[in-house]
Unconditional design. Structure first.
Length: 754
């Protein structure tokens, strides 16, 4: 039976931790488990309380209960919580045993059940320490941040705040960056003794006799060098060729899958994990039924099961030949800081299930994701790619002028190896001279120079993070776990701390202000070294060499002191909106209303109550030149202009605004006349109720209050000339007499007019 993760957790409301009682946590059964993940049968969604009752009923009858959750801290804690939940229901299993396996293969599972053990409380305590510490930080710090920055809904979790700091620090680097000018000179060359010789490029490298590369820092120096090279003869001085082997990348772990899914598929981290989850849970393959296509997708291990290695090597040998199979299976060391390696790497459950063979059973997203995982896994066990890399040094000298050395590089793929199937993507585009090909060259060859081109360059600031590179930065610094990377990246965007601009993460004014506040008053929490050190301390708890409550005490003492000092001394300051109040001149600040919409408010409130919306927060931007209509304002006689309000709805406004503030909605005429006063019947929306139902009323309201719920028709009743309206899909009826008829589509539809 699946527990679907944790069945107990700290309560959603309230701290849930008794600090005075040595950080005693109060666990509750989660009120709603959200249903079984991956459930395709349409059965009713099930709460965690109902699920625990089912498990308890089964456990009461079973001679032995095996707890087979993940072999890491979180998995150990899930098993312990399950057991505690059973005891709360007075169910004490006759025998309880813990089994762990790092790969879901027949041999690994059988081995685990042959060597069961008890729950490891040191691992449980390490998980409890992390959970309680994150609760203390989040629930104690978030209200304080919101209060002092005067903005609703701000949060300051330990991990999300560290991620925000990484993004903000990068933005500060970019803003402080000073570009440095440099110049290059490139020659277009070809062999002199060949009429149709291939042209290739060589770049100025150094002065002849000087091994140090020449630096050209300005245009004047570049012009001087070009003068030296005028009329120069070019000759090949030396050609060096060396073989190079390129090794395939390791199989996917959670972080590298998210990075590659962004590079190649442009999947955000959360989408990548959602699609991978659907492949893991199972896809209906027709006669085979529902089949899990990949192994667990939350892992920091690059290990592959022995059976998977054997099958993959068999596939490579069959499809590509002996030369593409290395002499022995490849093994990859984990590069993740503090990797727990509880699972295998992410791989297809069978290498024999090629992407093309499954394409008709998969959605477009599933196919792209499976194709990526399958190719990466198979390629990681293929032979190295072999490249012949060539470097040619070329002398260039004009009579009685300084001589220079140009350098040309290129490479030839002599054996594709794993590149026949897969090549890893790159985060940043770069010019790779080694990928260019050179014609056959030997020392002493005379070369003809077609042109010399100088080019100006400036050093560039470090690039902003994409979701992929931010995940990599989190992984390198030991922040978060494989299961939390996607949540971290999504959370800082959902909180409006960071926004995406052309695929790059840019901190918003709100995010920067929150980061500044935390750095100023709670640096010990957002300090990036704190997270890495905490992971080491949690490892000590997991190894039984440190008490988890003592660890919390060492953190909470200084943290609570900072909370008290900040609450009492830190001035309340808003988040600057970047402009001044147009009524009193004081700075405008950002605030959020009760419906979650951000707006600008004068910092002089309540003395000055000026406030206005922010276009970027959903207001439809007003066109520079509003469309002028033929309608005239009934108050001042000026033309009316077509505008949009903050919700995107169109309305008419007097062009004399702000002197004349007359405005009115755009009315949709039905073409029918009001039976009471003869005015136009127009379409209206009910202002009350959640459904915003449509009705039809007289345009002369409030002097005429005639309304009708059915759509009015332009043709009058043939018997009494009363108003006809639609009746159902096919019929019509008169509102004045009992006449009923059949609806016929009118030649002209109602139009939107003022």
């Amino acid at each position: 039976m699946a527990s679907l993760g944790h069945v107990r957790d700290l309560p959603l409301r309230g701290l849930g931790v008794d600090v005075e009682q040595n950080f005693e946590p109060s666990y509750v059964i989660e009120p709603d488990g959200g249903g079984r993940r991956g459930e395709r049968s349409g059965r009713n969604r099930q709460s965690k309380a109902e699920l625990v009752e089912e498990i308890a009923a089964a456990a009461a009858k079973a001679p032995t209960v095996y707890l087979a959750t993940d072999p890491d801290r979180e998995g150990e804690a899930i098993s312990w919580h399950l057991l505690e939940a059973l005891r709360e229901r007075k169910v004490v299993p006759k025998k309880t045993q813990r089994v762990v396996f790092h790969e879901i293969t027949e041999s690994a599972v059988n081995e685990a059940f042959s060597h069961p053990r008890d729950i490891d409380m040191d691992l449980v305590d390490a998980q409890q320490a992390r959970r309680v510490l994150d609760r203390l930080v989040g629930y104690k710090l978030s209200p304080l941040v919101g209060k002092h920055l005067m903005y609703r809904g701000l949060t300051a979790g330990r991990v999300q705040s560290a991620a925000l700091r990484i993004v903000v620090d990068r933005e500060l680097e970019i803003e402080a960056f000073v570009p440095v000018e440099s110049w290059t000179i490139e020659a277009a060359l070809r062999k002199s003794d060949a009429k149709a010789a291939a042209e290739f490029a060589a770049r100025l490298h150094s002065r002849q006799g000087d091994r140090k590369a020449l630096t050209i820092s300005d245009e004047a120096t570049a012009t001087s060098v070009l003068a030296d090279l005028k009329g120069a003869a070019f000759k090949v001085a030396e050609v060096r060729t060396r073989p190079v082997k390129q090794r395939p990348s390791a199989p996917f772990i959670t972080s590298t899958l998210q990075q590659e899914a962004w590079r190649k598929l442009r999947f955000a981290a959360r989408k990548a994990m959602s699609v991978a989850q659907s492949l893991y849970e199972g896809v209906n393959l027709g006669s085979e039924g529902a089949v899990g296509l990949i192994t667990y997708m939350r892992t920091d291990s690059t290990n592959l099961a022995a059976s998977a290695l054997a099958e993959t090597r068999d596939y490579i040998k069959r499809e590509y030949g002996e030369r593409y199979v290395p002499s022995k299976p490849r093994a990859y060391a984990s590069k993740v800081k503090g990797a727990q390696e509880a699972h295998e790497a992410i791989r297809p459950t069978s290498a024999m299930r090629t992407p093309e063979s499954l394409k008709r059973h998969l959605s477009a997203d599933q196919f792209q994701m499976y194709d990526l995982i399958w190719k990466r896994t198979v390629a990681c066990q293929m032979a190295d790619a072999e490249v012949e890399r060539t470097t040619a040094d070329i002398d260039a000298a004009a009579e009685s002028k300084p001589a220079y050395v140009f350098r040309a590089t290129g490479s030839v793929l002599t054996f594709p190896g794993f590149q026949a199937l897969y090549l890893e993507g790159r985060d940043e585009a770069s010019e790779d001279d080694d990928s260019k090909m050179l014609p056959p060259l030997t020392a002493g060859d005379a070369l003809a120079c077609r042109s010399l081109k100088p080019a100006q360059h400036f050093t560039e600031p470090p690039p902003r993070f994409s979701e992929a590179t931010l995940v990599r930065a989190l992984e390198e610094r030991g922040i978060g776990r494989p299961s939390t990377y996607a949540t971290i990246v999504s959370t800082i965007q959902e909180r409006n701390y960071v926004k995406r601009d052309q695929g790059r993460l840019v901190p918003t004014p709100i995010g920067r202000r929150v980061n500044d506040f935390l750095n100023e008053h709670f640096n010990q929490v957002v300090n990036l070294d704190f997270t890495a050190k905490l992971e080491e301390e949690l490892d000590e708890v997991a190894q039984g060499s440190r008490d988890w409550r003592a660890l919390l005490g060492e953190f909470y003492g200084p943290f609570s002191t900072s909370l008290e000092a900040t609450a009492g001394a830190a001035p309340r300051s808003g988040i600057a909106a970047g402009e001044d109040c147009d009524l009193c001149g004081k700075p405008m600040i950002l605030k959020k209303n009760r419906w979650g919409r951000t707006f600008m408010s004068c910092s002089g409130f309540p003395e000055c109550r000026n406030a206005k919306p922010i276009p970027s927060e959903g207001a439809a931007p007003e066109p520079a030149e509003p469309e002028i209509t033929d309608e005239l304002c009934e108050k001042c006689g000026r033309p009316m202009a077509l505008k949009k309000n903050r919700w995107g709805s169109s309305f008419l406004s007097c062009t004399g605004f702000p002197r004349c503030k007359n405005a009115k909605p755009i009315l949709v005429k039905t073409g029918a006349a009001c039976p009471k006063c003869g005015g136009d019947l127009i379409e209206r929306q009910a202002r009350r109720g959640s459904r915003r139902s449509t009705f039809y009323g007289c345009a002369n309201y409030p002097s005429c209050n005639f309304t009708v719920n059915q759509q009015p028709l332009t043709e009058p009743c043939p018997e009494c000339e009363g108003l006809m309206v639609r009746r159902g899909k096919q019929g019509t009826k008169c509102t004045n007499c009992a006449y009923q008829g059949k609806f016929e589509q009118e030649p002209e539809a109602a139009t939107a007019e003022a």
